[in-house]
Every structure is written in structure tokens, then in C-alpha cells.
Ligand binder design. Structure first.
Ligand code: GDP
Ligand code: CA
Length: 329
């Protein structure tokens, strides 16, 4: 069983932890000869150069979470983190004073930057970084090219996504999200293949605009999702009309999509009508919206969507895989 997951950072990481737990239980190595592999295609639109470092927030969030190295209380970054280097950089007025990098995290960025300077691609650097831990999931950046997301605000400012999100907490009304240099970008090696050869493709409950939307914007990805024989199943990041954690509603509003489970499904669209979805998982709170999703040609399943811990995330992953398998009939 080959499972390919499109993923952003923190929401995607929680989901992937559930996919891994489900796979370990459903396909224990050697039992009955059936095995499963999980590949995550990861958003790189939030990546940036800062203080001479190449930073890849979503790749690192997933890596730390799957490695058991993430700070669960704070919700991001490494556990047991300190900030001595950031304090020094601030004294030199280097970097963004509102963007603190932890010391351990800087170690990862130094390693990545060093590998890139040695001529490795981002995907090759990611392979080397992730080989440090038995993650159980193969992470591939969606592209090796630098395609950074910028936000054009209604006041005419042009900000890196990270500045709009972290410094301004997504409060400056956005007019548009732009993927810089996206026309020239290529999917990283293995990305299209992992979609085309998958048995199941899952869209994590990640930010539909700046995580999944950015992945779908890389040339070739939509075509692969439309061409694959695998069923494509999305998980709603919206529960009861709310984004659960974070500020993704500000992104949806900017592109004219209501913060609602059915609206996001319709935004992705059904494969039968030019979109990418075969099936959509939505929460019990949103059961009344299921007919609207089905009317758009997307099979709707109503299941618990809260990822409170590994068990609930694993149950969600199992439901997503079941939705993919059942919709074959
Ligand atoms: P980021 O890159 O760190 O912003 O993370 P992602 O893009 O992967 O995911 C962020 C999204 O995850 C948020 O906008 C939420 O809508 C969604 N999310 C977070 N926790 C949960 C959860 O427990 N269940 C569901 N269904 N979605 C969640
Ligand atoms: Ca992100």
C-alpha cells in the first residue's frame, strides 16, 4: 500500500503522525507480507533566507514532530529549546526581531544551508537531514526551486508570507497571494511519481491556501492528481465553521472562499469537473453540509476530525484511507 500525503506544517505533521501510527498497526512489518509506505509532499512556500540561513518551516515542523523532537506544549519548534543565538543576532540588528529562531533549530538551518552551498538540492538536503531519525515517512519538498509565497495587501504592500503571518498575525487585509517565480518551477524528483504510483493520495487538513494551495500551484502537480489511478481524499481543516488552530480563515477570506467545510471542498473541486478531489472528510458538526459536497460530485464522509493525540489522528488517517478504498466501488 503506497500512501502519498500533500502536507503543510503543523496541521500536516499531526496528520502524518496519525498516518504513520495507523500504518504501523494495519501493516506490521512481515505480517501477511503486506507492507505500506508513506510519502509526504511538503509545502515550501513559507521557506526563506534569513540571517544567511535557508529556513524551511514546514519540512522542519514535520521532521521534528515525527522525530518526537517537537515542543508539544508550545505547538512548534524543538523541545528543550534555547534562544541564545537569536539574542546575539538581535544585538547586531540581523534578521527579523519578531522572528525568533531557537538554537537547536538554527543547527538544522546551518546544516541545510551548508548542504545547499555544497551543491545539494533541497530534496537531497532533506533526505540527509531526515536520515538522522527513523521518521517512517519519506519527506519530499514539492519543489527544489525557490518559490516563496508573498502577500499583496489591500494597502499595496508586498510582504513575504512569514512577515504577514508571524509579524502581523494575518491582520493586514490581503488582496492576493503570489508564488514568486512559480512559472519556472519544477516538482522535485519523485513528487509526480509518488502521486502517479500511489494507491491512495491524501490531502492533509492543512491550510488550503498557503499550504495545499501552494503545492497545487507548482506546475505539474494538478495534472498528476487528475491523472493518477489512486483515489484522492481530502480532510477538512475547517470544523464547525472554524479553522481550529491558527489564522487560515484570513487566507480563505482573501481568496473569496468561505471558512466552511463545504466551501473548501468546492474550492478544491471534484476530479470529475476539473478539480482534484474524489472524496472529502468532514466533521460531525458539519454533517448538514455533506449534501452540498456530494452535489458537487465529491463523496462526503462524516467522521471525527479533531486530532487531539496520536490515537485520534490515527483514526482519522484510517477513515481517510477507507474513504479512498470504498470509493473504488
Ligand atoms: P502550518 O503550515 O503550520 O500552518 O500548518 P498546516 O498548513 O499543515 O495546517 C494548518 C491547519 O491545520 C489549520 O489551518 C487548521 O485548520 C488545521 N488543523 C489544525 N488542527 C486540526 C485538527 O485537529 N483537525 C483538523 N481537521 N484540522 C486541524
Ligand atoms: Ca506553513
Amino acid at each position: 500500500m503506497k500512501i502519498t500525503v500533500l502536507s503543510g506544517g503543523v496541521g500536516g505533521a499531526r496528520f502524518l503522525r496519525g498516518v504513520r501510527a495507523h500504518v504501523r498497526e494495519a501493516y506490521p512489518d512481515g505480517a501477511g507480507g503486506s507492507t505500506a509506505s508513506v510519502t509526504a509532499i511538503v509545502n515550501t512556500g513559507d521557506d526563506m533566507w534569513l540571517s544567511a540561513l535557508r529556513i524551511a518551516p514546514d519540512l522542519d515542523s514535520i521532521t521534528y514532530t515525527l522525530a518526537g523532537e517537537s515542543d508539544e506544549e508550545r505547538g512548534w519548534g524543538r523541545v528543550g529549546e534555547s534562544e541564545r543565538v537569536s539574542d546575539e543576532l538581535r544585538a547586531y540588528n540581523i534578521g527579523w526581531p519578531w522572528f525568533t529562531l531557537g538554537d537547536l533549530d538554527i543547527g538544522t538551518h546551518l546544516a541545510r544551508t551548508s548542504m545547499l552551498r555544497d551543491g545539494l538540492t533541497l530534496a537531497e538536503a532533506t533526505d540527509r537531514i531526515t536520515s538522522r531519525w527513523p521518521l517512517g515517512v519519506h519527506l519530499i519538498p514539492v519543489t527544489n526551486d525557490e518559490v516563496e509565497t508573498h502577500v499583496l495587501t489591500q494597502d499595496g504592500a508586498d510582504l513575504h508570507f512569514q512577515e504577514w503571518w508571524t509579524r502581523h498575525r494575518a491582520t493586514l487585509p490581503a488582496a492576493r497571494f503570489v508564488q514568486q517565480n512559480v512559472e519556472a518551477a519544477l516538482p522535485a524528483p519523485g513528487v509526480v511519481e509518488s502521486i502517479m504510483t500511489a494507491d491512495v493520495v491524501l490531502l492533509a487538513p492543512s491550510n488550503p491556501v498557503v499550504s495545499i494551495g501552494t503545492i497545487l500551484g507548482i506546475p505539474g502537480i494538478r495534472a498528476a492528481l487528475r491523472a493518477t489511478r489512486a483515489r484522492v481524499v481530502g480532510v477538512s481543516p475547517i470544523i464547525g465553521g472554524s479553522v481550529v488552530r491558527g489564522m487560515a480563515d484570513a487566507c480563505l477570506t482573501a481568496i473569496g472562499v468561505e471558512t466552511a467545510a463545504d466551501a473548501v471542498a468546492l474550492h478544491y473541486g471534484s476530479r470529475a469537473s476539473g478539480g482534484v478531489l474524489d472524496a472529502w472528510l468532514m466533521a460531525e458538526e458539519d454533517a448538514s453540509l455533506a449534501p452540498a459536497v456530494e452535489a458537487a460530485g465529491i463523496r462526503a464522509s462524516v467522521v471525527p476530525l479533531w486530532m487531539r493525540d496520536t490515537e485520534t489522528s490515527a483514526a482519522l488517517a484510517a477513515a481517510a484511507i477507507a474513504a479512498a478504498t470504498h470509493s473504488n466501488t
